[in-house]
Design a protein. Sequence first.
Length: 364
Amino acid sequence: MLKKSYPKIQITDETLRDGLQIEREGVTVDEKLELLNLMVAAGINRMVVGAFVNPKWSPQMADTLDLVARIKPVEGVKFFALALNERGREERKQYSPPLSIEPLPATHLHMCSEFIKRNTNKTLDDQERLWDAPIEKAKANGAKEAAIGLSAGWGSNWTGVVSHEDRIAALALQYQAWTDAGIVVKRIDMADPMAWNTPIAVREDIAEIKKRFPTIEHFHLHLHNARGLALLSIYEALNALSESDTLIIDCAIGGIGGCPYCGNGQATGMIPTEDLVHLLQTLNIDCGIHLEKLIATSVRLSEILKRPLHSQVTFNGGLPSGDQLYDVDMPVVYTFAEAQHFRLGPKVYEGNARPWIRKPSNEV
């Protein structure tokens, strides 16, 4: 029996940022714009299009300025870009619009010392010292609400699993710092660059967060999928939250994505946007996104990258119904290419055998 109510859903597509940051150079601005327009046409209304970071270490982000300069604002669609330092944030402001900027000031704690050393050349202690600046700035600007967050909160390829108790303690430090400043924490951001999320851990964390930090109403999950559990973790989050909550889910077309500092490369992946939308459809959650157009976008992305992607729904299509049900006379189907009959028609399996069909006895 389906749950009667679910949280409000916001889908943020990361194809052009997290998705492409793990790829080698070669995806052009024209191709990125093509993908952006395909996603908008499919109904995606929140997407991260690039990052203001050092191109030496993220060469696919080197053309972020060129891309943003060519984006035309679309009513009802928000475009975001990542900025990791003050210089990047100032640069981003110059391109707003078309870029949107998240309104809430935030603090964040990365739980893996090895990752932050590799990615930002900082230490765990450095992070806590950096909280003072955004909190003081938020107070000076009269902010009333804020966000807290963790990265690698469930575990790290370098240092192992992180306990539930340590996650909650790290969040409590941030929550208290904002509370002491007279600012209410409304959102939590949970990022999982090394794909250590598990459905049980996500469910337990959300239950404890709702109990310990009752002002939080927005739950933002940025889950990677190296171990194949990310979509299951989202399902648990959907069931753990109420209709008064908002679940913000990051994903990428074809499930591409990954951080070059995490050790799994392109194999890391994110939740495929089309698989996520299909899950929501099976739960009768209308997210306003056209699944068939997402599949077409995934096929185009695969052509651009010249490799297969990670989406089961793009391999097989959504659950068929009506005139989309398979032809009872279809032959045996063996390959990935032949499985594409759901969108390309019977020509892809033409000539394959139908061993269950017997020839009439009068035929030689």
